[in-house]
Design a protein around this ligand. Structure first.
Ligand code: CP
Ligand code: NVA
Length: 302
């Protein structure tokens, strides 16, 4: 049984096959209108979502299946029913589950039961669907996902960064991150990158990180679940804004990516959002196309 909890659940071949398949879906929205005929997919949310909720719902619909989007607080799970019992019950009704989880361990518990395929729709640790859409977008703008890409991440080494970094193992990208003291890269992500010969340079100065970058990526300063740290985070990250002046240090030909939602005036200026709206909103659109590929993979159709 297949699960997508992290990019590490994919082989290199599967990673590239998904990117290719995502492109095929992008070219033809109704490529396989009956691929998931009779299949039901539960979409569970412990946290808010716009893109993940809509893109998965539409992806399942356009593949001919039925999506069931649910907030976990509406379920008995929100009142303490165990993950194991919830998973067992879901396995009796639906064919796969996508979960946006507060804790990555919830996804691991579900997947460990091997009763139903599990897709990570974001956890505190990873956001693999996002990273796949990100690499699709990189390719869409004529940049290489097969080696040599110079990628700069400005901000916290969070769930989005972690998946981008793990994807960089296959894309053989050179990564630089600018993060303030006290917000280190996870040691297991660092070790995986090192073991796989991927160069990750860590800076506190965003200018250093962005120098020569072909992709400048940023994400919110305060992720979901970190709201109680809002004040200290806003202070720590205030020098980490992707602004017009910061981008002067990037490669002449570069794009800016943001997984969204964006906070204009915090991690990105309104001007940069406007100037790079094309790649940023194509990146959001690519979630739909890549998730069709992920669904085909999870059901062993590809
Ligand atoms: N990028 C992303 O996952 O967006 P949502 O939180 O709106 O799903
Ligand atoms: N890092 C952000 C990503 C949102 C898509 C969060 O976890 O809230």
């Amino acid at each position: 049984m297949r699960h997508l909890l992290s990019i590490r659940n994919l082989t290199e071949t599967e990673f590239f096959r998904l990117l290719e398949r995502g492109k095929v879906h992008r070219r033809n929205r109704m490529l396989h209108p009956a691929a998931l005929a009779g299949k039901k997919v539960a979409l569970l949310f412990e946290k808010s979502s716009t893109r993940t909720r809509l893109s998965f719902t539409v992806a399942v619909y356009e593949l001919g299946g039925m999506a069931i989007p649910l907030e976990t607080q509406m379920l008995q799970m929100g009142r303490g029913e165990s993950i194991e019992d919830t998973t067992e019950v879901m396995a009796r009704y639906v064919d796969a589950v996508m979960l946006r989880a507060r804790h990555h361990s919830t996804l691991e518990k579900m997947a460990a039961m091997n009763r139903i395929p599990v897709i990570n729709g974001l956890s505190d640790a990873y956001h693999p669907c996002q990273a796949l859409a990100d690499f699709m977008t990189v390719e869409q703008y004529g940049l290489s996902v097969r080696g040599g890409l110079r990628l700069a991440f400005v901000g916290e080494p969070n769930n989005v960064f972690n998946s981008l970094a793990l994807g960089s193992i296959y894309a053989k990208a050179q990564i630089r991150i600018a993060t303030p003291p006290g917000y280190p890269v996870r040691p297991d992500v660092l070790s995986l990158l090192r073991e796989n010969g991927i160069s990750l340079e860590i800076f506190t100065d965003p200018v250093e990180a962005v120098k020569g970058a072909q992709v400048v990526y940023t994400d919110v300063w305060v992720s979901m679940g970190q709201e109680q740290e809002e004040q200290e985070r806003k202070k720590a990250f205030s020098p980490y804004c992707v602004s017009e002046s910061l981008l002067k240090h990037a490669a002449d030909e570069h794009i800016v990516l943001h997984c969204l939602p964006a906070h204009r005036g915090e991690e990105i200026t309104a001007g940069v959002m406007d100037r790079y709206r094309d790649p940023i909103f194509n990146q959001a659109e690519n979630r739909l196309h890549i998730q069709k590929a992920i669904l085909e993979w999870i059901f062993n159709l590809q």
